[in-house]
Design a protein around this ligand. Structure first.
Ligand code: HEM
Length: 451
């Protein structure tokens, strides 16, 4: 082929530009880091991140290309740390029929019609959380509290695991696993990558035990297939009576669901709380919408699916928070053949890197992009396709988006109707690689006096 490989440099072997990029994420200058690249090399450029040659592409057409290219040319193979820590049978590593089979099974459990019946239970868990961690307190550090809450919700939904020692063991393993994902793939004692690898083995062993316990319970008819994701997947059989997912696939994919789901949701809720403190007018409008819903309920009555569908303004606030502060900065694909994009050749086996902020903060797509303005979503059709991508897009779009919507709306409902708050720390945040506000967002809280 006569096409050119994109401009740029691959840097020092193995390390490439990883350190510079990770530092930029940490100091919350990753958008600028990428903009500098674009100024220097143009819209398509090569670099090396997390151990592999990579091409960075951005914009509406680039997002469409990443999310909708056929999986036979653009696979979801991740950089080495993701692959080793998450395992070779997780959705993140699979493409084609295997991806489709596992994803369809998980989506069947996470689709809105199935999650509807968990709204009451999630409502109960959010109230319990607020009762324990917020009631009577003068200050609350939001992010760690929200991580506990979303971890608990997802643990009971995916694993059927309620509060207790087993669940606490999980939390510490999962935190280390998450940190290891975006580490340099240098496996020496005391590196973050090494800790991530060790904890991933421990976490998978814990989940394996849980799967085996659940299998026994199901065989004795003591568990409902619909009570949690593990029971659901264990109960799925094809026409020949064969279990649709192997035990290894169940283990790796419920771990993926938990890892993909709890910190992302906790961060979204944390940034909403931060934003409501910074934007009194927006906060007043959210309060008004939520009080209308609260008025229609008896004291202590749970929120329902129908209530969530009335939270239209609050949902616009959530979308605006995810536009400006996307929990997932970006992700990778791997080319399975030489492919062409925008006149350049991207060789087989290279990574492609997409980054959400590049369209979220583009003024030709979202006018005055730094301005927090939930009303920009009043007309859904006003957002062009492939531009608002906090959950990705296409056949790999986040299957947990409905679960995230439900837990976020329930939490905001209870917090704004019961409490007021103001920030105790500055507005700064860093990305590790997910955005973390200074000191985890400590706030002063007091009960809301009802008018
Ligand atoms: C606000 C919360 C969340 C955000 C912002 C988010 C974001 C994302 C993004 C951007 C992707 C696509 C990555 C790519 O295309 O490379 C993704 C995939 C995924 N997410 Fe989420 N997520 C959230 C919550 C959840 C929850 C609650 C779950 C699980 C219950 C979950 C499970 C997954 C899984 C399994 C995938 C891989 C799907 C596949 O490859 O087919 N996520 N998520």
């Amino acid at each position: 082929t006569s096409k050119r490989i994109p401009p740029g440099s691959l840097g020092i072997p193995l390390i490439g530009q990883s350190l510079g990029f990770l530092r930029a994420l940490h100091t919350n200058t990753a958008e600028k880091w990428l903009e500098d690249r674009i100024r220097k090399y143009g819209p398509v450029s090569k670099l090396s991140i997390l151990g592999k040659p990579t091409v960075f592409i951005y914009g509406q057409a680039a997002n469409k290309f990443v999310f909708h290219s056929d999986s036979s040319i653009l696979a979801n193979q991740q950089p080495e740390p993701f692959a080793k820590i998450m395992g070779d049978r997780s959705l993140l590593e699979l493409s084609g029929p295997d991806h489709k089979r596992i994803r369809e099974a998980i989506v069947l459990f996470l689709k809105p019609e199935s999650l509807k019946k968990f709204v009451g239970k999630m409502d109960e868990q959010v109230r319990k959380h607020i009762e324990i961690y917020w009631k009577g307190k003068q200050t609350v550090t939001v992010l760690p509290m929200m991580k506990i809450m979303t971890f608990n919700i997802i643990c009971s939904l995916l694993f059927g695991l309620e509060q207790g020692k087993q669940r606490d063991q999980f939390l510490s393993s999962f935190e280390e696993m998450l940190k290891g994902l975006w580490a340099l793939p240098i496996n020496l004692p005391f590196t973050q990558y090494n800790r991530g690898l060790r904890e991933s083995v421990r976490a998978r062993d814990l989940v394996k035990e849980l799967v085996q316990e659940k299998r026994v319970l199901l065989e004795k008819n003591g568990a409902s297939p619909h009570q949690d994701l593990i029971a659901f997947l264990l109960s799925m059989h094809d026409e020949d009576g064969k279990q649709v997912l192997t035990e290894k696939e169940i283990v790796q994919n419920v771990v993926l669901g938990l890892l993909g789901g709890y910190e992302t949701s906790a961060i979204t809720i944390t940034f909403i709380i931060r934003q409501l403190a910074n934007e009194p007018t927006v906060c007043a409008a959210v309060l008004q919408e939520q009080q209308e819903i609260a008025k229609s309920k008896a004291s202590g009555e749970s929120l329902t699916w129908e209530d969530l569908n009335k939270m239209k303004y609050t949902w616009r606030v959530v979308m605006e928070v995810m536009r400006i502060f996307p929990p997932v900065f970006g992700a990778f694909r791997t080319t399975l053949t030489d492919i062409e994009f925008d006149g350049y050749l991207i060789p087989k086996g290279w990574q492609i890197f997409w980054a959400a902020p590049m369209t979220h903060m583009d003024s030709s797509i979202f006018p005055e992009p730094s301005k927090f303005n939930p009303n920009r979503f009043e007309k859904q059709a006003s957002v062009p396709p492939h531009c608002l991508v906090p959950f990705g897009g296409g056949p790999r779009m986040c299957p947990g988006n409905e679960l995230a919507r439900i837990e976020t709306l329930i939490t905001i409902h209870h917090l704004v109707t019961q409490y007021e708050w103001k920030l105790c720390a500055d507005n700064h945040f860093s990305r590790d690689p997910m955005p973390h506000p200074t000191q985890g967002l400590p706030i002063k809280v007091w009960p809301r006096e009802l008018a």
